[in-house]
Design a protein around this ligand. Structure first.
Ligand SMILES: *Cc1c(COP(=O)(O)O)cnc(C)c1O
Length: 408
């Protein structure tokens, strides 16, 4: 495409955009299982208005737009409260979980260099950790060392103990991890780090806005947050179960004055004045900060609890429904709303293909072979239909291919 010689009228453009958009996944039908976290029409309209209100501002300079600065402080404080961060904690908003993780790795790397003289840093993360850690390691010059998992798909702390060493700059655990929805043994892993003055990051990008509410609903939630000694940073995505539009995450340090300072980039050797930044980005969109602030205050504890109950009930129904289908099972013991399922009897990928034909968008995983999904509040409406189609897909497949099934 070339830049048009003359501008195109708005109506024409919008019509073209709508036509193109019609070819994308129709997530409003509830058949998309990750990426989108819809929380109903009231939240949708609030998000649209909050975004609109801050469409043009720039969050780079906190002194020009003090209202934005305060909203960022408020979002961090509300999130830190959910995660039981101590009074001395501090943090920032970022564009997403990946940026939060990159900033946590950067802070840990600089801390290890400064306090322990580590010049060839390593990052110790379970094999199930999000690719954002591998990305951060590549960008920031750390060697990624992978910790193996046990039969329940949780990081093996004994294996981690054998791998931690003088070069380790950061140890990581997930709460929960993306592939299986299980929580790593955070207390054991964090203790390994703390004993040696090493930073520890809990990646609760997915869990931060759901696990605290499941705990309040009386569900068994393994320890994962700042109540665990040795946890130095956490990442928490408001644009996942915080139900914000995209571009909103937080990174929180246990100690603002000590640990958070390693996240800061500061520069004054140019004619343009002092330049200080806690983020990867320079110019930063203001709308995600405003939207995060608005949705958290709009829902409040009561709103999040109500949505958490819905997500829990739907997740439970799906998990029990899948386990009840002969030949299928959910892998591990997922703690919330993210899980994957496989089969010892059937080719699970072929079953995934049949589900595709019915319009269900399930992600594929390997090692072990599995179909993966993530439940949002709106899935309550489609859980039964999903299980019905899944039973049918297994029946069809079982008749035609059951005899030479591939074992995973
Ligand atoms: C989504 C996710 C991330 C990365 O977040 P983005 O917002 O996609 O950059 C990191 N860790 C886990 C466990 C996640 O689910």
């Amino acid at each position: 495409m070339e830049l048009p010689k003359q501008g195109i009228p708005k109506d024409e453009l919008l019509a073209e955009m709508k036509a193109r958009k019609a070819q994308d996944d129709d997530w409003r039908a509830g058949k998309t299982w990750s990426l989108i976290y819809p929380a109903g029409p009231e939240v949708d309209s609030l998000l649209a208005e909050a975004n609109q209100l801050y469409l043009y501002e720039n969050a780079l300079n906190p002194f020009r737009f003090p209202s934005l600065r305060q909203m960022e402080v408020d979002v961090v404080a509300m999130t830190a409260g959910l995660l039981h961060a101590p009074q001395a904690a501090g943090g920032c908003m970022t564009s997403g979980g990946t940026e939060s993780i990159i900033m946590a790795v950067k802070a840990a790397r600089n801390r290890a260099r400064e306090e322990r003289g580590v010049t060839e840093p390593q990052l110790l993360a379970p094999v199930t950790a999000h690719p954002a850690f591998a990305k951060a390691a590549e960008y920031l010059g750390l060697e990624l060392v992978q910790v193996p998992i046990d039969g329940d798909f949780r990081a093996d702390p004994e294996a981690a103990a054998a791998l931690v060493g003088d070069r380790t700059a950061l140890v990581v655990g997930s709460a929960p991890n993306y592939p299986f929805g299980v929580v790593d043994p955070i207390p054991e892993l964090a203790a390994l780090a703390a004993e040696r003055g090493i930073s520890f990051h809990t990646d609760s990008c997915l869990g931060s806005f759901l696990l605290p509410f499941l705990e309040r609903l009386g569900e068994p939630v393994p320890p994962f947050d700042f109540r665990v000694p040795g946890v130095t940073t956490m990442s928490a995505d408001v644009h996942k179960y915080g139900y914000c539009t995209k571009g909103a995450s937080t990174v929180i340090h246990r100690d603002e004055r000590h640990l958070k300072q390693y996240q800061l980039f500061f520069y004054d050797r140019w004619p343009g004045g002092l330049y200080a930044s806690f983020a990867m980005a320079g110019a930063r969109p203001a709308a995600p900060i405003a939207a995060a602030w608005a949705v958290m205050r709009f829902l409040g504890e009561e709103g999040y609890l109500k949505l958490a109950r819905r997500v829990r009930d739907t997740s439970r129904a799906l998990r029990e429904g899948i386990d009840a289908i002969d030949g299928l099972h959910v892998w591990g013991k997922p703690v919330m709303s993210v899980m994957s399922f496989g089969s010892e009897k059937y080719d699970i990928m072929a079953i995934g293909d049949v589900m595709d034909d019915h319009g269900w968008q399930l992600d594929r995983q390997h090692g072990p072979d599995a179909l993966h999904f993530m439940v949002s509040p709106e899935h309550a409406e489609v859980a039964e239909a999903f299980l019905g189609d899944l039973r049918e897909a297994v029946d069809q497949h079982g008749e035609s291919r059951g005899k030479d099934a591939r074992y995973s």
